[in-house]
Design a protein around this ligand. Structure first.
Ligand code: FMN
Length: 181
């Protein structure tokens, strides 16, 4: 049966490497009969978590009512969450990190977000695969804490400029990720 997949991207480059892999994944996932809802965090109005712990007390997931509240409703309904991003300074880019931080509101609000599938698609310039650990490790730990099943990781080092991913097997790997959901 088709699943409800929420894809959250983190790059501001529409023609970039992680978007190309995202598109490849989404095409394959739709061909498999899944429903995909995509949010491009870098193009959205998103702030970080204020740690006010007033989550859901104003009738919305987050009291700071920006685009996160739209994403939050989709996350609650999702069977699978796919996070796609480049590495920025050995870590998670800020706009997608805002989304991840604010998933805190769903936890504090007592919503059951356990049992979802999760996957990541990540790229970076350097050839050293361990550079991707700056995204991979926090995402694996976040998934484990939330009791999400990490079903796949597409990790592509050595890509700098838009189009570089086409010289790798990243697009193929991203499409194959759809088989794991
Ligand atoms: C602000 C910024 C920080 C970056 N930091 C790193 C880094 O720490 N390590 C690395 O290998 N690449 C780094 N990069 C390069 C990107 O990860 C790389 O260009 C990637 O392919 C961009 O993905 P995109 O095309 O999807 O935006 C950085 C790029 C930017 C713009």
């Amino acid at each position: 049966m088709g699943k409800n997949i929420v894809v959250i991207t983190g790059s501001p480059r529409k023609n970039g490497n992680s978007f190309a892999m995202t598109d490849s994944f989404i095409k394959a996932a739709k061909e498999k009969g899944h429903t995909v809802t995509r949010f491009d965090a870098a193009m959205m109005k998103l702030d970080g978590c204020h740690a006010c712990e007033t989550c859901f007390k104003t009738g919305k997931p987050c009291s700071f009512d920006d685009d996160f509240n739209t994403i939050a409703e989709a996350i609650l309904d999702a069977d699978a969450l796919v996070f796609t991003m480049p590495v920025y300074w050995y870590s998670i880019p800020s706009k997608i990190k805002s989304v991840i931080d604010r998933i805190y509101s769903l936890v504090i609000g007592g919503k059951d977000i356990t049992g979802k599938e999760c996957a990541i698609i990540v790229c970076c310039e350097e050839d050293d695969i361990t550079v991707l650990d700056g995204v991979r490790i926090p995402m694996e730990r976040t998934a484990a804490l939330n009791k999400w099943n990490m079903v796949g990781e597409v990790l592509v080092p050595g890509v700098l400029k838009p189009g570089d991913v086409e010289k790798t097997d990243g697009l193929k790997q991203a499409a194959e990720l759809a088989d794991k959901i």
